[in-house]
Design a protein around this ligand. Structure first.
Ligand code: PLP
Length: 489
């Protein structure tokens, strides 16, 4: 494709993408195919001769769409949201157009410098302590995923821990240091609550250390508490093991639980060598609302904080934003500078080379999509977007509350997420169409400040909506259990 052909192909694609978004609600949400469906639609070999673009584009509808689960469909409710927006799509387009794997500042200064600026903007919008900004010792970097952020920090945590421990023993001779480091590495333990996302355990596997979970109790709404953490650290230490890393959660995957940062901070004071990482992959987006900034300020106690704009903040995958208080902690662990990566700007120490803040060397120009989104919406627009989700979440929770005969609300709804279980059939006391309010329903409130169902029942419109929605949810659950039953608590 060259010149005019590219313009025609791109224009046709953009038209089709817009048409897709404006009609996605009318498509079936889930694919109706069997595994391996796609092989039958394509030849066994790649085409020997090139094909014209219109034929390729036609196959989006013929080959791809039948196998799509439409995450942008308004009725998609599984897992967590996957953000998408037109400005972010344009950012992806420009990123692909420019294609600069800017591992060093010198590779393309704009790529590095825009990333530093937009992540400083984001840190301020989220209300993070100033120590996470690049003008001090901290800074932000875009990672591909929350999992990548975790494993990157875990490796930095491991190296920092070893260096501190061996430094205290006065071990500096390189060979002795290496031997002792390997010995100590075999005793390192990464920690997280038993509701921490599996990426922490996976990170520990990759980092070559143990992982142990700390119990987060149902009675604490599945939040990790300092006292349980302390007991686990003491237990491990008594066994000769060395806890070196902890993931705390702002919004767990199962229930959007928020760990008890205040009591964890007390424990952290006694164990300053343990790296604390806050995984706010989903719920971190809510910090755009000033009413949550009291949580942001508690982040002063963590070494690193990560939230994924690609979940809830209008930027397409991949865009996980990692902030760190002391960037030297990352670069000390991850910097290797062979001759081919050296240059006068790196040597001067005046520029950022993001290859030293991540696992891969090359990187995409992802800052563009953040920049476009922040400028298109503005901070107020982002706040309205999150508020809107929260309002829908509250409405949903209230509707669920009005049918406690069918559903049991597991934990207090948080960050627009309502976690519920479907009551087993024998326990269902009423038919779905029977809308006689709370009769037969569990008389207890599902969480302390839950709305009393009766005002809802008084409103005909809402009662109708509640019944329609619960019926729809129930039908979907019965059809496709695996899409909903993503976790059991
Ligand atoms: N952490 C939390 C709390 C999550 O909910 C998820 C995914 O849902 C992840 C980490 C992993 O995200 P990613 O796919 O960006 O690695």
């Amino acid at each position: 494709l060259t010149g005019r052909q590219f313009i025609d192909a791109a224009t046709a694609s953009i038209d089709e993408i817009e048409a897709y978004y404006s009609t996605v609600a009318s498509r079936p949400l889930l694919p109706d195919i069997s595994p391996g469906y796609l092989r039958d639609l394509l030849p066994g070999q790649a085409p020997a001769k090139g094909e014209p673009w219109p034929e390729i584009q036609r196959d989006i509808e013929r080959v791809v769409m039948p196998g799509m689960t439409h995450w942008q469909h308004p009725k998609f409710m599984a897992f967590f949201p996957a953000s998408s927006s037109y400005p972010a799509i344009l950012g992806e387009l420009w990123s692909a157009a420019l294609t600069v794997p800017a591992f060093n500042w010198i590779c393309s200064p704009a790529v590095t410098e825009l990333e530093t600026v937009v992540l400083d903007w984001l840190a301020q919008i989220l209300g993070l302590p100033a120590s996470f900004l690049s003008k001090g010792e901290g800074g932000g970097v875009i990672q591909g995923s929350a999992s990548e952020a975790i494993v990157t920090c875990m490796v930095a945590a491991r190296e920092r821990y070893i260096k501190r421990q061996l430094g205290r023993q006065g071990i500096t001779e390189p060979e002795e240091f290496e031997d002792k480091a390997y010995e100590l590495r075999s005793k390192l333990v990464a920690l997280g609550s038993d509701h921490t996302h599996s990426s922490t355990k996976k990170g520990a596997i990759i980092a070559g250390t143990r992982f142990r979970s700390v119990e987060a109790l149902r009675s604490d709404a599945f939040a990790l508490k300092g006292e349980n953490l302390r007991a686990k650290i003491e237990e491990l230490t008594a066994q000769g093991l060395h806890p070196y890393y902890l993931t705390v959660c702002l919004g767990t995957t199962n229930t959007a639980a928020v760990d008890d940062f205040a009591s964890i901070a007390e424990v952290a004071k006694d164990y300053p060598d343990i790296w604390i990482h806050c995984d706010a992959a989903y719920a971190g987006s809510a910090l755009v609302l000033p009413e949550y900034h009291h949580i942001s300020q508690q982040m002063a106690m963590v070494d690193s904080f990560d939230m994924s704009m690609h979940k809830w903040l209008l930027v397409n995958f991949d865009c996980s934003c990692l902030f760190i208080q002391k960037r030297r902690d990352l670069t000390d662990a991850l910097t290797i500078t062979p001759a081919y990566l050296r240059n006068q700007y790196t040597d001067s120490g005046l520029v950022t080379d993001y290859r030293d803040w991540q696992i891969p060397m090359g990187r995409r120009f992802r800052a563009l999509k953040i920049w476009f989104v922040l400028r298109t919406w503005g901070v107020e627009g982002l706040q309205r977007h999150i508020e809107h989700s929260m309002n829908i979440g509250s409405l949903f929770a209230n509707l669920m509350c009005s049918r406690l005969d069918l559903f049991e609300i597991t934990t207090p709804p948080a960050f627009a997420l309502t976690v519920f279980t479907v009551k087993p059939l024998p326990k269902r006391t009423r038919a779905l169409s029977d809308d006689d309010g709370t009769n037969g329903a569990d008389p207890r409130r599902p969480w302390p400040d839950a709305p009393v169902p009766s005002p809802l029942q008084a409103d005909e419109g809402l009662r109708h909506a509640a019944n329609q929605l619960t019926e729809e949810v129930y039908t979907l659950i019965e059809q496709r259990k695996e899409f909903f039953l993503t976790s059991t608590v």
